[in-house]
Write a protein that binds this ligand. Structure first.
Ligand code: NAD
Ligand code: ZN
Length: 273
């Protein structure tokens, strides 16, 4: 593989520092889950098509709660059938090697990292998890598992009255919401590990960024914190993106073009030596 990569990995191994993985929708693409790009990203409501940036908002939920809920329940039904791929498995292997020096920060809401063997303690799901809901009124911080049999695989369907009655808070009876950070909401510690992610970045010696275009603020901030303090950065992506620019500009960076399922196992092997 790339000489630059080997150089970075062997220098990192000499300092025996902390390693952080930062992942996005691209790592789950090889498990068959669409990213938000292309035709899969659009969603039809009535006669209009909406982008995820419009659907995934509190604004849209207030206007059309069960339509937004349906969009999540439909995606969740597809995600539920997916299996982790070699990229997820390699990241789980890195946690086994590095243990307390390892952190995974993921923008994915599909839960595949946990299914692939990463621990909930060391996995920060900074945009939430599609398998959980919580009270819209915030009467408690409880994350409630969405019942497994609420299952919709038809793109054009709607939620049954019976299921609507199950999407309620057990404590106050309010409607629940998906446990997802929406585009018109802010990060916080309580649900999304915001401060802990920043602290982790400030202690990271090697950041490996996988399959993200860099369109959200916290991931970009994490990349800047690590590179500003002189940490190593490796970007893995099919395309150029904001992190590959960051990696190329950094004195200790490298950008790898290719599929995460091919590249990550090789990196995990180098890091295990
Ligand atoms: P994005 O859709 O903006 O970008 C995906 C990136 O992955 C692109 O840069 C693309 O080139 C790259 N990519 C695609 N296939 C790849 C592969 N096999 N190997 C390596 N790279 C590959 O995704 P994002 O940056 O994560 O931002 C989108 C937002 O959408 C996030 O907030 C996330 O929560 C949400 N989202 C999550 C899922 C999921 O949980 N699986 C799916 C879609 C969207
Ligand atoms: Zn409640």
């Amino acid at each position: 593989m790339d000489n630059r990569l080997e150089e970075i990995i062997s220098s990192f191994q000499k300092v025996s520092g902390k390693i952080t993985l930062l992942t996005g929708a691209g790592i789950s693409a090889e498990s068959g889950l669409p990213t938000f790009r292309g035709k899969d990203g659009y969603w039809k409501l009535g006669s209009k098509e909406y982008r995820p940036e419009e659907m995934a908002t509190m604004r849209m939920f207030r206007q059309a709660p069960y339509e937004v809920w349906y969009w999540y329940l439909y995606r969740r039904s597809i995600y539920g059938n997916a299996e982790p791929n070699q990229g997820h498995t390699a990241i789980a292997e890195l946690e086994r090697i590095y243990q307390n020096s390892f952190t995974l920060i993921t923008q994915n809401v599909d839960g595949l990292h946990l299914k692939g063997g990463n621990s909930p303690e060391r996995t920060f799901q900074i945009h939430g998890n599609i398998n959980f809901m919580r009270c819209l009124n915030n009467c408690s911080n409880k994350l409630i598992p969405i019942p497994k049999d609420i299952f919709y695989t038809d793109r054009d369907g709607q939620i049954s009255e019976e299921d609507k009655e199950r999407l309620v808070c057990p404590d106050c009876g309010s409607i629940t919401r998906p446990h997802i950070l929406w585009f018109d909401e802010s990060y916080n510690e309580q649900f999304y590990r915001f401060e802990t992610s920043i602290k982790t970045a400030s202690e990271t010696d090697l950041l490996i960024v996988v399959g993200t275009s860099g369109g959200t603020t916290l991931p970009i901030h994490i990349g800047s914190i690590v590179t500003n303090r002189g940490g190593y950065i490796i970007d893995i992506n099919l395309e150029e993106n904001r992190f590959s620019d960051m990696a190329k500009a950094a004195s200790k960076g490298c950008a790898l073009r290719g599929k995460s399922g091919d590249i990550l196992p090789k990196i995990a092997e180098l890091l295990s030596k």
